[in-house]
Design a protein. Structure first.
Lengths: 619, 648
């Protein structure tokens, strides 16, 4: 409920409409409530006195009021739709924007699938509730109270019946709802169970068929399905009590009103028209109670949606820019980890990385090796500041990356993530993702570097082939190569490949490595600093002071070792063949760097490295 | 007088709470998001045939149906009696002052109303069970039938789509069966009945009422309906587009952030969001008008009955009681009209859903046992491929003229680049797909001539990506042989080197696993798959070695376990490890769907062909040969050998 009130602020821009709609609804309700009274007038005054003009006038008045009511009702629809659609669109937009501002840590916690449900399902739920709220939720209580008042006005004596009927109806409804609500939750659980069997069956279809377990699966399904059916029947049969019970109570009330009213009419204390009108008000009141009860159930469901939305809106981005963060930034690409510890759940939890320190000089290729869960991905995710370190610091060219604007930082880093996500659109669009204005020849150059050009050209539409369900089917290795091309096209100062060649066959990978080495921008264009063509504007803001000299020094030293100094590469790999040529190999185990050096050095010094090497290479 | 003054409430939310309805598969992402937003009316291609088949499912509940039908007729009749009795009470008793008569008629009315409630309850009660049984049967049929379909079927269809047939479509059908059908029938009966009774009671007033209310209603619904339909179509389109953007962006959120694309993505979103808002506003407004309009027509009906009726009463053509009855009848007449219109849409959607379900049930399995298929038992394990041609899609050959011969107990290593066709060979051996030309034989028998279940029982498969089912570790191993004793399961796990890590799990063998089994590493999952295969004790094995993501220790365990598993069985290994390849009895080098080289490690190396290059590029650093390969990571290291062998 609290969450719902908070979301109510999104209705504020539409408050004029949100106020108008219920007012217009009130108009409609009032007009509706007048009708039985007018019928009563026709019967009691017109008919009793034979007053023809009164009958005709009243009839016309009824039509006029009905038309007024239509105006009110129609107006209410228009304004409630305007308000709720505006509300929904704003909420959706805010939520989407919020998600864009969240960092990886938030995304891990919120989970992709659930975020999608929130943006689609939950927002719609709440939006529908607003619309309902401005219409029926106004109408039902108004009608309930209004009819009650009108009934009392029509016949105070007969209205005593309400004292008996209202609690009865309420009790009956509450009883059925209380009884059936848990039943339906159970239905949902059992439905989930049926879905699970089906989903597993689809996902594991090869296993099922390979082990000839079709009969076993059918048995499993029958079980789940029968349990679902039983529960469905129980729940539906309980709910089946609802309508007949309420109807019965109401009709008993009607009969009672006829009898009591009849007695009074005979005694001369009442007119027939009054009885007729009263009966109408009576049924109206009791039906409104039922409506209100159903609405409560709806609200409680929407409240759950509202809470889920609020949870996202309330989450604070874990990585935020400092107010004075450096916006213009043109690094050489010297990356240093200084005693970095990191844990996904803050300082108290088990650290994933422990006291990691290393340096990657500009132009160097640093490879990370280690078992699953050793911390390789976590380590490289710290460089673009997907997460913030728990302790220590990560620097680029000596600058703490937390002092640099996120966008500026990531603009210098090209990263191919572990799972290569492609977006719908053409292959060209996908490669251009990080630099939408890149000219075609650069796109092709990047694709060639990433060893993707040949397979792209094998599609009939080449670079214009559509990716995704309706387009070409790409293998895992092809997707990975596109992701690498995408990273390369941004002409990054720092290139990060997070196990992004795992599905590429060894031979293609070898060519890729070679091409990457040959393409070091420094080597192709010997002097052009950081090799980014796109935006030179930020080249002026190079850090001065001690960092600058440090950079210069490392530059010099790396020039001695290799004639390039432009793209620092960090490569996470499983295959040892991927890392053989690296300038530096870091072996991670359990969050610590346990060995560091070139292949040759590590073969001498590190037993762990030798073990990995031998297991993959055989002696 | 069972009818309230305004009937609008019923339409708005009187249906059972929507949580009755099935949730989409997997929390929604894949499965038609936004379907809940508003129901779009779909049209079945063959409504008549589909309805007939639905009827077939209901027929099993014959007595329930007969009873429901009788109950519907009875309630409709009794509903007509209510207002009539009211009119009688007013005219014959109240106005005359006949109190004993009034008591009698009141008691009669009580009886009538009690009977209505009782019958309504009973009918809902029985129909709920009947509908759920029918739906459960449909679901079972659907699932059972899907078990007979081949992998080709599953390849061609999105899982989300199949899931939504099982949940949403079936659930729609159940709603319609349980409620809409009886509503529709009683609606029609009421229409006829009310019309008749009104005409009998007072044909003049009846004609006036019947000519105005339905005509107005039809006119209004048509006017609104047309606009609503186009509006909803546009809204649906806008919604689909927006949901597409949402799904894609959120799924790729990490890439969006890595490439600083937040602003661009938000611009796309805002545009689509705005489009949706406009389309939805239009659609919702027009559809929202239906409510006030129906209300207006109802009120108009009241005015006509009261005004015209009053005028007629004065002229002696009607009575006060008639007016009271007519007020109710007029509404009883308007309601079914409105209901039938909306039911029509619901039923249309459900029939379209049912059609999709039946479409799947009608899918012909393209892989079936030959009529005279032989059983296959106690085989030696000799496998031959003779000139096999195959493609997943017609016209795109994946395997060309593949021939091979594996003697019983041999280990055959399949080597080659990704996409060369290694996995396809495995898929054909297990007869997941049928070949287009040539022959595959086991012990000299064409696998198309033996019973499929027998064939697969003789084959054990360990795939790289192990699929685990919801259940315990024990259940998952036992999947290999359902009647295995606990001890046999333990023994298999020990042989598979899985025993140690299983004991370390929180509940040992009873540890529950989930589909994605986040609690196990990929390597551990593969060990479970090996245990599964050991338990199944097949004569022929198919193994897919893991390429990555397995730590060294687990990898050793896997290798050992695989060796144990291969003992004494004909084994096909999609090999990535040199040791496996070296120890193989024959190596088949596959490229572009053809076996381009075959032999043992030594003979192939000596040939100096593709394998030789492959070997060099993959394992060149293993110490023998020139010193450059031992190098310590300078450029130039990447020996040209790798580039030379670009597949032609």
């Amino acid at each position: 409920m609290h969450a719902m009130r908070k979301l109510g602020t999104y209705l504020r821009p539409y408050r004029h409409w949100a106020i108008l709609a219920p007012l217009l609804m009130m108009l409609e309700v009032v007009m509706d409530l007048m009708q039985p009274r007018l019928i009563q007038r026709i019967v009691d005054q017109g008919l009793a006195n034979g007053d023809m003009p009164l009958i005709i006038n009243t009839g016309l008045l009824m039509i006029g009021l009905a038309a007024f009511g239509l105006l009110g009702g129609g107006g209410c629809v228009v304004f409630s739709v305007l308000a709720s659609q505006g509300f929904g669109a704003d909420l959706r937009g805010t939520l989407f924007g919020k998600i864009q501002s969240l960092s990886f840590g938030n995304l891990d916690k919120l989970e992709t699938g659930r975020l999608i449900t929130r943006l689609t399902n939950d927002v719609t739920q709440v939006q529908d509730l607003v619309m309902m709220g401005l219409r029926i939720m106004v109408r039902a209580p108004l009608l309930m109270v209004g009819s009650l008042i009108m009934a009392i006005l029509t016949s105070p004596t007969l209205a005593l019946l309400f004292i008996l009927l209202v609690p009865l109806v309420t009790a009956a409804i509450v009883w059925v709802i209380n009884k059936s609500y848990p039943m339906f939750s159970e239905v949902q659980r059992r439905l989930d169970a049926v879905n699970t069997v089906m989903q597993e069956n689809l996902a594991g279809v090869r296993v099922v068929k390979a082990f000839v377990r079709e009969a076993h699966e059918i048995g499993r399904f029958h079980g789940a399905n029968t349990r679902l059916m039983d529960q469905n029947i129980t729940a539906a049969q309980t709910l089946a009590l609802n309508m007949p019970t309420v109807m019965l109570i109401m009709n008993v009330g009607v009969v009672a009103a006829i009898w009591l009213g009849g007695v009074q009419v005979t005694a001369g204390g009442m007119h027939v028209g009054q009885v007729i009108a009263f009966i109408n008000y009576l049924t109206q009141t009791l039906f409104s109670i039922m409506m209100v009860s159903m609405m409560t159930m709806r609200i409680s469901r929407s409240a759950a949606s509202a809470e889920r939305i609020q949870e996202v809106l309330d989450s604070k981005p874990e990585v935020v820019n400092k107010p004075d963060a450096l916006k213009a930034f043109a690094p050489q690409g010297r990356i240093a980890f200084e005693d970095v510890s990191f844990s996904y759940d803050g300082a108290d939890a088990d650290p994933v990385l422990k006291n990691v320190s290393f340096v990657a000089e500009p132009g160097q290729t640093v490879a990370l090796l280690g078992a699953t869960g050793a911390g390789k991905s976590s380590l490289i995710h710290l460089i673009p500041r997907f997460y913030d370190v728990t302790e220590g610091r990560v620097t680029i060219d000596g600058m703490d990356i937390r002092d640099i604007d996120e966008t500026a930082l990531r603009g210098k880093i090209g990263i191919a993530l572990q799972e290569s996500v492609l977006f719908s659109g053409t292959i060209r669009d996908n490669i251009r993702y990080g630099r939408p204005d890149a000219p075609d020849d650069e796109v092709i150059a990047a694709a060639k570097l990433a060893q993707a050009h040949d397979f792209i050209m094998s599609f009939p539409d080449g670079y214009d082939a559509i990716v995704g369900q309706r387009g070409v089917n790409l293998s895992g290795g092809q997707k990975q190569r596109l992701a690498i091309a995408r990273a390369l096209l941004t002409q990054p100062t720092v290139l990060i490949l997070d196990d992004s060649t795992s599905s590429v066959d060894v031979e293609t990978e070898a060519r890729l490595q070679e091409a990457l080495a040959a393409s070091q921008p420094g080597r192709a264009r010997p002097t052009n600093g950081n090799g980014r063509n796109g935006d030179h504007s930020d080249d002026f803001s190079r850090p001065t002071g001690p960092e600058a000299t440090e950079v210069a020094a490392t530059n010099a030293s790396s020039v001695v070792r290799r004639p390039s100094s432009s793209r620092t590469s960090l490569i996470v790999a499983q295959r040892i063949s991927t890392v053989l040529t690296a300038d530096k190999i870091l072996v991670l185990d359990n969050g610590r760097i346990v060995a560091e050096g070139t292949h040759a050095e590590l073969m001498e010094s590190s037993p762990i490295y030798r073990e990995i090497y031998e297991s993959q290479m055989e002696r | 007088m069972p009818e309230p003054m305004s009937r609008r409430e019923e339409r708005t939310d009187a249906a059972p709470p929507p949580f009755l309805m099935g949730r989409g598969p997997g929390g929604g992402p894949g499965g038609g998001p936004g379907a809940h937003f508003m129901r779009q009316v779909e049209h079945a291609k063959n409504p008549r045939g589909t309805v007939a088949r639905l009827w077939g499912y209901l027929r099993h509940q014959k007595w329930a149906l007969i009873f429901t039908a009788l109950a519907v007729i009875a309630t409709t009749g009794l509903n007509l009696a209510g207002p009539y009795l009211l009119g009688q009470a007013i005219d014959k008793h109240i106005l005359v002052g006949d109190l004993p008569g009034l008591i009698r008629i009141c008691l009669l009315m009580l009886a009538v109303y009690a009977l209505i409630s009782l019958l309504t309850w009973f009918q809902t009660y029985i129909m709920a069970a009947a509908a759920q049984r029918a739906v459960a049967e449909i679901r079972n049929d659907l699932f059972e039938h899907e078990q007979t379909l081949s992998l080709r079927f599953f390849d061609q269809r999105a899982h989300g789509d199949l899931m939504s047939r099982l949940t949403n479509d079936v659930e729609n059908v159940s709603m319609v069966l349980a409620q809409s059908v009886t509503q529709l029938v009683s609606g029609f009966l009421s229409l006829v009945g009310v019309g008749a009774v009104m005409l009998l009671l007072n044909w003049r007033l009846a004609l006036v009422t019947l000519l105005t209310i339905p005509v107005m209603m039809l006119f209004l619904t048509r006017w609104v309906g047309g606009r609503t339909r186009t509006g909803f179509r546009q809204q649906q389109k806008a919604l689909g587009k927006l949901n597409g953007i949402i799904e894609e962006t959120i799924t790729g959120q990490r890439v969006v952030k890595a490439y600083n694309r937040e602003q661009a993505v938000m611009a796309d979103f805002d545009f689509a969001n705005c489009e949706l808002r406009q389309a939805a506003t239009r659609a919702q407004t027009f559809s929202g008008f239906i409510g006030p309009m129906m209300n207006f027509v109802n009120n108009l009906g009241l005015a006509i009955v009261a005004g015209v009726g009053g005028w007629m009463t004065l002229g002696g053509l009607a009575t006060v009681g008639t007016i009271a009855s007519f007020i109710n009848y007029a509404r009883q007449f308007g309601r079914p009209l409105n209901e039938i219109a909306s039911l029509y849409n619901t039923i249309q959607s459900a029939v379209a859903g049912a059609e999709r379900v039946f479409e799947t049930i009608d899918e012909q399995p393209d892989l079936t046992d030959a009529p005279n298929a032989r059983p296959l038992a106690d085989i030696r394990g000799e496998v031959t491929f003779e000139d096999v041609d195959f493609g997943y899609v017609p016209g795109v050959p994946v395997l060309k003229q593949v021939s091979l011969h594996a003697r019983p107990g041999q280990v055959v290593a399949l080597v080659g680049p990704t996409g060369a066709g290694k996995t396809t060979i495995v898929n054909l051996l297990t007869r997941f797909y049928d070949i287009q030309a040539g022959r595959i034989c086991i012990d000299g028998q064409d696998i198309r001539q033996v019973q499929m279940a027998d064939l697969r029982r003789q084959l054990g498969i360990v795939l790289q990506d192990t699929f685990l089912f919801t259940g315990t570790v024990m259940d998952n191993i036992r999947y290999g042989r359902l009647d295995a004793t606990d001890d046999e399961v333990f023994a298999a796990a020990r042989l598979a080197n899985a025993d140690t890590f299983i004991h370390r799990l929180p509940h040992g063998y009873q540890t529950p696993l989930s589909e994605r089994a986040g609690n196990l590493s990929q390597g551990q999952r593969q060990l479970l798959a090996i245990a599964r295969a050991i338990l199944a004790n097949p004569s022929i094995l198919v193994l897919d070695e893991a390429t990555s993501s397995v730590d060294t220790r687990t990898e050793k365990h896997i290798q050992e376990a695989m060796l144990r598993l291969m003992q004494g069985r004909t084994s096909f290994v999609i090999a990535h490890r040199l040791s496996t390849i070296r120890n193989a009895d024959q190596i088949l080098v596959i490229n572009h769907g053809e076996i381009i080289e075959r032999g043992t490690h030594e003979t192939l190396l000596a040939q100096g062909g593709f394998y030789h290059h492959l070997y060099n590029s993959q394992f060149r650093a293993n110490g023998k040969g020139n010193g450059r390969e031992r190098g310590n990571g300078r450029e130039g290291e990447w020996a040209p050998a790798a580039t030379v062998m670009t597949p032609a």
